[in-house]
Design a binder for this molecule. Sequence first.
Ligand SMILES: [Zn+2]
Length: 457
Amino acid sequence: MTYLRTLIWFAVAAVAMLGAVWLAERPGNVTVEWRGWRLDTSFGVLLLGLALLILLGVALWLLYRWIIGAPGALLEGWGDSRRRRGYRELTQGLAAVAAGDGGEAQRHARKAEQLLAEPPLTLLLSAQAAQLNGDREGANRAYRAMLEDEQTAFLGLRGLIAQSLREGNQRQALDYAERAFQLRPQTPWVVHSLFDMQAQLHAWKAAQHTLETGLRNKVVGADRGRTLRALLLVERSRTAEHDGQDNEALALAREAFGLAPERIAVSSRLAELQIKTGDGKRAMKTLERGWSLAPHPDLATLYLKAAGENDPLKRVGVMRRLVAQKPDDAESHLALAQATLDAGLWGEARRHLEAAGGSTPTVRVCRLMAEVEERAQSDQAKVTEWLARAAQAPADKAWRCQACGAHHESWRSVCESCGAFGTLHWRAPGTYGQVLPPGETNRPALGMATMNTMSGG
Ligand SMILES: [Zn+2]
């Protein structure tokens, strides 16, 4: 390029030189007369003068361009550096948030706000800085301002949901979660938190709608969705029964049982209603199926009720029919031990308790053993010994929350401790992670307290 330019310049200079020589060899005079002025010169000098005038004109024009263009260019440069400084403040502010330094973050946020004048960028930083400093009102203000911009609305809602939950205002958190759900129904945390909130507020139908959207968008797994739907139906069945709509309650319970017969709450719900409508035979069938999948003392109690048998010896026979579904399970031995104990069959009761307890009998086994020895009027020392063992024995299975480990006296759909839905299972303590059925894993901890129902077991 430079080579070519040099060559062109060289050519131009050569042409000019040749022209000058040509003109010098052919002298001629030019005379200009204008309003009393007279100019006598050679043609060469006139040509040179003209060339100089053209050059001067070009120079003046360039100067003019520079003068009118300069202020804009200057301002542009100034704005650029302002934006750059703004971004630097923003970056430093975000770093301060990440480091947990609220004061520093707020300083940078304020500067970035002044420099950038772009609320979508600076509001999130301002909100987080305020939150770090414990300035709730400031954080809420910033999050609410984010709702006005389409691009930041979703982020703002997330902040507001967390703030409302922190303040214990569940209704408001639900409002915000519903708005977030409308904006992005395919975002997992939105679906999970909305579902949990609706369940906590006993809005079962709304929760079911959320769950179905989650299933459609593949945010909730099919298997998990099936169980959750069954448990929601159990709750809806309870509500219907409470409202005096027994037929509706029964239909809902039947639907739930079709989905998840392995959940104790589901099989016992259907059996309860079948007994209530006088259909003891069907109730027994339901309970037998339920026992074969997940035995539980409540199912044994309901089975005896469904059979309507009052003679203790005959009740043993009834119980044998139920436990035949899963004869080797500890719950089966315990159920038979209780029935034989009530019928005064001490030897059999002892045998079943030994089978249920194995090498490390639980508290319940030890207590029942003590009761057998007491009622069989055998050695008092044996009674004392079993009671002493009960004090040291490992805990029995109980309703424990899979998410937080909290213990509950009876089953409920929403954990009283952590608010998760459908996480209560009939398990021994400390068995999570070892005796989990396939596909169930301990969920990882999530940011918000109530966002964990649908992701795990
Ligand atoms: Zn819990």
